[in-house]
Design a protein around this ligand. Sequence first.
Ligand SMILES: Nc1ncnc2c1ncn2[C@@H]1O[C@H](COP(=O)(O)OP(=O)(O)OP(=O)(O)O)[C@@H](O)[C@H]1O
Ligand SMILES: [Mg+2]
Length: 367
Amino acid sequence: MALTESMVLDALRVVEDPDLHRDIVSLGFVQDVVIDGGKVSFTVQLTTPACPVKDILEAEARAAVEGIAGVTEVDLTMTAQVRERPNPADTLPNVRQIIAVASGKGGVGKSTATVNLAVALAEQGARVGLMDADVYGPSIPMMTGTNGQYPLTQDSKIIPIERFGIKMMSLGFLLQDGQAPMWRGPMVAGTVKQLLTDVKWGQLDYLLVDLPPGTGDAPMTLAQQVPLTGVVIVTTPHNVAANIAGSCAALFRRLNTPVLGVIENMAAMVLPNGEMMRVFAGKGGDELAAELGVPYLGSVPLDPEVSYSSDVGEPIMKAHPEGSAAEAFRFIAGEVARQASVVAISRDQSLVSSEDSGSLNFEPTPS
Ligand SMILES: Nc1ncnc2c1ncn2[C@@H]1O[C@H](COP(=O)(O)OP(=O)(O)OP(=O)(O)O)[C@@H](O)[C@H]1O
Ligand SMILES: [Mg+2]
């Protein structure tokens, strides 16, 4: 019996996306099926190039088609197209996903995480932008070795500074050395809005936004200006940090921004003998995530190299790409991309029930 496209599609229905709980055929991931005698060629298009289960899906899809009687050769191409966040018809229509990085307490590692997650996503082939919304203490220029660079403008828009394949914008690029603005509330909102909308971002898969700590004007403006895909919360295992992180998550939910999950930073240190030592005694990121009912995205170890490399403008993802901190950031980037896909697809196509979506909370919680 001759092979047909429907035989191929039927066989592929056994391959299920573990996050969306649907098979890859009904999700529309299978494309360009071509049958030539016993040879079957097809493409599987995932929702992010940073998909952590890419290899598993590839192996399952290949095995499913190889199992069809009469198939002698399988030519499978894996691609990815990042889905648009809900309501992209806003001021940034060419940016598919916007993900903010927030914390309750200061100094927990938001900026470090944002830079390294941006590098990790770019290394997976995503088009990535990084906006420094910390107008009080912009740290992205220092952490990326771009201090002192001054952006050009074109068609009345600012051209972002590029480094590590990432397009970056920060108030730090626009200020003279050591100049510190004296902020009043409405100015913060106006500046954040400009850094977002007056910049020529071009086509981006992910725009990561590094926020100042807390629940002030910057996060409020951001969430009100554009529909964010969601926010990730960074915390350290101090109870103070975890408790304020909880109120930060509550604020975003009130602003109708999904909380994509919790990243734990500086919880444990790798000892010279390879053992992990917990450094602080407080509430861990996993515990906080469980309390908030959101995914736990992973833990980044306390590593002096993280701090050192960041101070000299080279993120740990570049300085020590094989180390445990870089490995953690790579893993977390995959988890963030995965949760962002779940939000985009579930809101976009109502394919996933809220129960399935890893307890992402789309409803504003009562204040
Ligand atoms: N995993 C880590 N190991 C060691 N040092 C770290 C780690 N993560 C962050 N740091 C260091 O901790 C300090 C604070 O980090 P960072 O500036 O990223 O925090 P932040 O939350 O953005 O702070 P702020 O609230 O001021 O914006 C920096 O010196 C940074 O290099
Ligand atoms: Mg910061």
